[in-house]
Ligand binder design. Structure first.
Ligand code: SAM
Length: 289
């Protein structure tokens, strides 16, 4: 294990950041590859003469940082890990890197169901890395969850993340197109969540290269107007939800009103657009009758 002084590490860190990139990405590199958490790093600032052990040497860390800067490869893919809420999740280029704004879905669930809820059945459509379902399965050990995805490689990542983060067995993983894997749960679901691909075709073509060149197209593209998948999910939701079951959807920044109308047209009540931290109507929720 390479050992260096705190002063040396902090000097090296500033040098790397002067080449470009942001502090958050650098923190992912230092934690996931170097083995130094942000808390440890902050403590080092208080004791610059202290020694620190790294999991990998600085040359190795620097080569990853330079790859990130040169090729715009997301640091999470280079490190194979990301942070989401209080989870540290494996990510590969087969899954979308779960976004900070999506973390709010868990808070919406807490608001609807409270923190200590009785047994219920939830499903997540398009689980990717498993972030949402795993956070819910951990927060509610009495709940049973089904996380689905069309991509079996994504489900492998999600399953590994679940096994690495939970001692329980309250989450199952099914492969298939939206509702198809849930045929045997018709009329039985209390809650369905989805952050489906919702980027309109034109916008997709213009996405920054760190997204378009690396993250799976299948996780992003929502057809011509971005609403193709959202429409399918909403139209079939009444078949699968229990009476008074909830549907929580993430949508693109300007789709809230359209998604709201789709929910109302399909007999949802208590339909509401929920803002993210930037005041954008990022989520649309409703209760089936
Ligand atoms: C925007 S990503 C969301 C991933 C994860 N839930 C999150 O919030 O980070 C959408 C996910 O839907 C999956 N997906 C795309 N088309 C699908 C389909 N037809 N049926 C089921 N899942 C699909 C993708 O593979 C991807 O994992």
């Amino acid at each position: 294990m390479p050992c260096i002084s705190a002063k040396e590490l902090l000097f090296w860190k500033n040098k790397q950041l002067s080449k470009g990139g942001d502090h958050q990405s650098f923190a992912v590199l230092l934690d996931c590859i170097g083995g130094i958490s942000t808390i440890n790093l902050n403590l080092l600032g208080l004791n610059p003469d202290g020694k620190i052990y790294l999991k990998k040497n600085l040359d190795y860390l620097e080569s990853i940082w330079e790859d990130h800067l040169l090729n715009s490869t997301p640091i999470q893919y280079l490190c194979g890990k990301t942070f989401w809420r209080d989870l540290k999740l494996k990510v590969t280029d087969k899954v979308l890197i779960p976004r900070p704004e999506t973390e709010l879905i868990i808070d919406i669930v807490f608001k609807i169901f409270g923190k200590k809820s009785q047994k219920l059945l939830f499903a997540e459509l398009g689980t990717g890395s498993g972030a949402i379902s795993i956070a819910l399965a951990l927060a509610y050990p009495l709940w049973e969850g089904i996380a689905t995805d069309i991509d079996k490689n994504a489900l492998e990542v999600a399953t590994k993340n679940y096994l690495d983060s939970s001692k329980h067995s309250n989450l199952k993983f099914y492969c298939g197109h939206w509702w198809i894997p849930l045929e045997s749960f018709k009329g039985k679901l209390d809650l369905v969540i989805s952050n489906p691909p919702y980027i309109p075709k034109n916008t997709y073509e213009k996405l920054p290269k760190e997204v378009k060149n690396f993250e799976p197209k299948i996780a992003l593209l929502g057809g011509e107007d971005g609403l193709e998948h959202i429409k399918e999910i909403i139209q079939k939701a009444p078949l699968f939800l229990k009476d008074k079951g909830w549907l929580i959807l993430e949508n693109h920044f300007d789709q809230g009103q359209k998604v709201k109308q789709l929910l109302i047209k399909n007999k949802f009540t208590l339909v509401e657009i929920v803002n993210d931290f930037s005041g954008i109507g990022r989520f649309t929720i409703g209760r089936y009758k």
